[in-house]
Ligand binder design. Sequence first.
Ligand code: F6R
Length: 612
Amino acid sequence: MCGIVGYIGNKKATPILINGLLSLEYRGYDSAGIAVLENNKIVVMKDKGRVNNLNNIDGINNLNGTIGIAHTRWATHGKPSKENSHPHLDNSNSFAVVHNGIIENYNELRNFLTEKGYTFISQTDTEVIPNLIHYYYKNGIKDENVFLRAVKSAVDDLKGSYAIEVISPLFPNRVIVVRKDSPLVIGKGENENYIASDIPAILSHTKNFYLLDDNEYAEIYTDHINFYDSSLVSHSKAVKNIEWDASAAEKDGFEDYMLKEIFEQPNSIRETIGSRLKLNELCSFDDLDLSKEYLQSINKIYIVACGTAMHAGLAGKNAIEKLCRIPVTVDIASEFRYRDPIIDDKTLCIYISQSGETADTIAALKLAKTKGAKTLAVSNVIGSSITREANYTIYTHAGPEIAVASTKAYTSQVVLLVILAIYFAEILNSTPANLLNDLKADILDLPVKIETILDQLEPIKDFAKKVYTQKDMFFLGRGTDYNVALEGSLKLKEISYIHSEAYSAGELKHGPIALIENGITVVSILTDPSLVEKSISNIQEVITRGAKTLVITNQNLTNKHFDFVINIPNTNPLISPILSVVPLQLLAYYISKNKGLDVDKPRNLAKSVTVE
Ligand code: F6R
C-alpha cells in the first residue's frame, strides 16, 4: 500500500527521502518518486518499480534541496507507470502533491477542472489535488496564509480518504500536510522535521512524534509546526514519545523480516503479557475499565477483522465462549459491514487490526458505533486510525511488523484476546479461579515453549525441501486446530503461491476428500486431546488415498504411519494455536525460500490494506 515520507530542515532532503521510502518498502508498492525544492523550482524524479531505481535517475544525486516529499505507490487508479507515480504537479508546476488513499469523486473534480482549462497527464485520482490547490490559490487573496487556505479549499472538495503532503516553490519554507482516514505522523527533530505515513520510516531520526488527527492540518517549518483544525483554527498539540527501537525496524542479521519476526515471538509475547497477567493475581488492563454491570449486560460479542487478524479472532472466540459463556460471532470485516448485523447497546464489538489502518475493519467499527454498540480495538500500532475510532483500545505491543505476512502480530493477538477473556471471566466470576490460574501459568510459559520449537528447525527445513514443488496442499484440524489450519494455509498461499485449502478434519468426507490423490501433501494439526483420536481417523482416510502426511502434535503418537511428525510442547487447548502456528509459519517460510521467492514482499499483497 502507498507510503509517504517528507523532510524539511538543513540537510540534503533526497537521501533522507529515499532511505525513508526504503524502510516503507514492506507496505507493498509498484512505483516510487520524490519532489524536492531546488533553486526555487520543484524537481520531480519518479518511476515505476523499486525505490532503488530512483538512485539511477540522472541528476538525482546532485539535488541539494532541503525540503522534499516522497511516495511509494500501490496502484488503484491507473496502471503502475512513471506518469501515474507520485508526486503529481499542477499545470503551472507550482504545487507538488503526494497522496495516500482514494479520492472517490475524482471524476467529478477532473471534469470541473477540465472546464476551467486544466489538463491531466496521469490516470490517477491524485492529480486533481495539485490542480485544485492551484485553482484556489489563483483565485485567493495573496497573503501569507493563501497556501494553507488553498490546500483547505481543495481538501474541502475531496470525498474519500487521504493523507496528503504539499510543497510549493512559491512558499519555499514549509510543507503542508492533512489527513483523513489514512495515517500520517510528523517526527520532530532539532531544526528539522520529518513526515511519514508509518513511524518506522523516520524512527532512525527521532522518537518524538505528532500523530495527526483526521481533518487536522499541519504547516511544517524547519523550526516549528503550526496545527489547525478543519476550519483552520490553530491549536497546540502534544508530542508523543514512541519508544520503539530503530533497530527493531531493521533485520537484525536475519535474512528476511519474516524470519526475524517469527524468532521475535518469545519476546513479543512477553511484551503483550506485560503486567496485565500475573500468577495468583487478577488480570488488569491499564487501558480498559469495563464495569461488571456492563459485562453482565452484554448478550453477544462480535469479533471483526480481516485475514490473519480474523484467524486470531477465532481463537479469541473459543476463549471468551469457554471462559465467559457469552456467545461470540467472528466476522470478516468486509462481509460484516454489508450484512446488516444485529447490533444494539448490549453488543460488544471487538476489532482486531495489526496495522490499525485496514479500511474494511475501520468501516465495520464505524457501523457498530452508529448502532450503539461499544467498540474495542486490538491493535499493534499506537495512535492508528482504528484506535482513534474505538471506545477502547488494547495494544498488542508486538513491535513493528514489517514482513507482509503476519506472524508475531497473530500470536500476540491470540495472547491478548485470551488475557481479555480471563479478565472478563474474573469480573463475571464465570470460571473457577484455579482453572484461570492454571491457564495463566500456561500463558506465562509460552515464550520458553516457543523457544524450544525455534530450536528445532531442521525437520521443518527438510520437509519444506521435499514438498516445495507441489502444486496443492491441504491443512486439517478440528476445533482450535482447525483455526490454526486456516492460518497455516493462508501463510503458505501468500508467500509460496502454492494453492492450499484448510478444512475441518471432520468435514473432509463431505466433499473435499475427492481432491485427495496419490502423493498430495496433507498437513494436520493434532493438539486437543479430546479430539485427537477423531482427527487421527480422518488422517488415516487421506493416507489410504495416497496422501503424504505431516503431523504437528503435542501428543505421543507412535506407529500411526505418518510420513513426518513435528512435536511441539503441550499446553492448554485455548492457547495451543500460539505454539502450533510456529511450525506452520516456518514451513511456509522455508517453502518460499526453496522456491527463491521474495518472502517479505509477496506479489500482489500489501501490508496495510487501506482501500476497500
Ligand atoms: C496475512 C496478513 C493479512 C492481514 C490482514 C489484516 O499474513 O497479514 O491477512 O492480517 O490484511 O491486516 P490488519 O491486521 O493490519 O488489519
